[in-house]
Design a binder for this molecule. Structure first.
Ligand SMILES: [Zn+2]
Length: 221
């Protein structure tokens, strides 16, 4: 049985910024907009959407509705990435399920998609062993428990004694222990994606070196 620690002190009520493809640890804070205009004057830029097809090392922008199938086999909408906050990712290095990328491979801007992923193709089966009782004193900061932080439903970044970082959801608070669920929130679920490719462009050298997207919808640093 591993020992658990709080990895950092997260803001109260920390939630996934996005259920699918959201940062599994703390949310990225967006602090500044890079000046894209100076480095990419408008007339120097080929409209990438005319030609580019989704393939490794392309920056892909999509909108989607994500539904899951519940225990009654009803489809329930759990998340929408709309045009004003689309999902942007580096194809082939996204950390998203491989089958999700396979389904988008070869598509171009304007193409729609509609497919399902089984738990096996995505976040695995729900694992009862990943629900763990943790001594309450682990959650003490300066000798006391922050009630804002330690609340049922909150996600906290945790680490075990081998240095593995993981996000846990508080599911129950007992007298001496806090029950945390370390399953991915989409574990055990069949996911249905219905969406559209908004843009496909080449990644920059810097994006490839960093392994993530910069600018709109990506990292700002
Ligand atoms: Zn970067």
């Amino acid at each position: 049985m591993p020992k658990f620690y709080i990895a950092t002190t997260p803001p109260a009520g920390l939630q996934y910024d996005r259920l699918f493809g959201g940062s599994f640890l703390a949310a990225i804070s967006v602090t500044s907009q890079p000046n894209l205009f100076l480095t990419h004057p408008p007339d120097a830029r080929v409209p990438s959407s005319i030609m580019a097809q989704i393939s490794p090392n392309k920056v892909v922008t999509i909108t989607y509705d994500l539904s899951v199938t519940d225990e009654n086999q009803e489809k329930v909408l759990v998340e929408s990435a709309e045009e004003d906050a689309p999902m942007v990712f580096l194809f082939g290095q996204s950390g998203l399920p491989e089958e999700f990328e396979n389904q988008l491979n070869g598509k171009q801007a304007g193409d729609t998609f509609n497919f399902s992923l089984t738990p096996e193709q995505a976040y695995g089966d729900y694992d009862q062993q990943a629900v763990v009782d943790i001594p309450k004193n682990v959650f003490e900061i300066d000798g006391k428990i922050d009630d804002e932080m330690v609340q049922v439903g909150n996600f906290l970044p945790m680490a075990d004694n081998q240095g593995h970082h993981m996000q846990g959801k508080i599911v129950d608070i007992g007298a001496d222990t806090v029950k945390m669920d370390f399953n991915h929130p989409l574990a055990g679920m069949v996911m249905h994606f219905d969406g559209k490719v908004a843009d496909v462009r080449e990644a920059t050298r810097e994006e490839l070196d960093h392994g993530h997207v910069h600018g709109e919808g990506g990292h700002h640093h």
